[in-house]
Write a new protein. Structure first.
Length: 183
């Protein structure tokens, strides 16, 4: 009679998930993060054809995958929230216009959330998302817009002629500016 309350016995209802980190005796839960850059034709590993993207999203939808928000993954990694088995996160990097033109309609079709990381100096440039496109994606509730950097410079390397102080200031600008611009 498991799960049936018995008169006179206390009823215990957990207020937190039983296993928010997905750790079992046979292993641990993993979450796949899919990162896309551009959509279109080309042989670069950074470009996915619109048809291939549609196939991949149809595969997720038809094979029991759960597309979750990046914020859900953060809570899972912090041990604050359990995620369903076969969870997947979708991200877009840099802010290419093709994400709006090709990927956004597919996300809407499957009601899949995603996070788009844009570098602020690129917004509005040729081949980039425009501000109205950003706003439409954000208003949809499906796409979370986040800051990538200001100029997309490699922040892991200091230029040979750059002082430590100048490098630290530049990193600060690269990280703070786009967040302010997006907000």
């Amino acid at each position: 009679l498991r799960g049936v309350p018995i008169a006179g016995q206390p009823l215990v209802v957990p207020v937190v998930p039983r296993n928010p980190r997905g750790i079992t005796t046979t292993g641990m839960q993993t979450v796949t993060v899919l990162c896309y850059h551009r959509f279109g034709a080309g042989n670069s590993k950074m470009i996915v054809s619109p048809a291939r993207f549609e196939e991949q999203m149809a595969y997720l939808a038809g094979n029991g995958y759960h597309v979750v928000r990046l914020t859900d993954l953060q809570a899972f990694l912090a041990g604050e929230r359990a995620l369903p088995a076969k969870s997947v996160v979708i991200t877009f990097d840099d802010g290419y216009e093709s994400a709006y033109r090709h990927a956004f309609p597919v996300l809407k079709k499957y009601n899949f959330p995603a996070t788009l990381f844009a570098f602020s100096d690129f917004i509005g440039a040729p081949d980039s998302l425009t501000w109205p496109q950003f706003e439409e994606m954000a208003r949809s509730g499906l796409v979370d817009l986040q800051a990538h950097s200001k100029t997309h410079r490699n922040l892991a390397e200091r230029k040979p002629d750059e002082s430590e102080d100048a490098y630290r200031k530049l990193v600060d600008i690269e990280l703070r500016t786009p967040r302010t611009v997006l907000e």
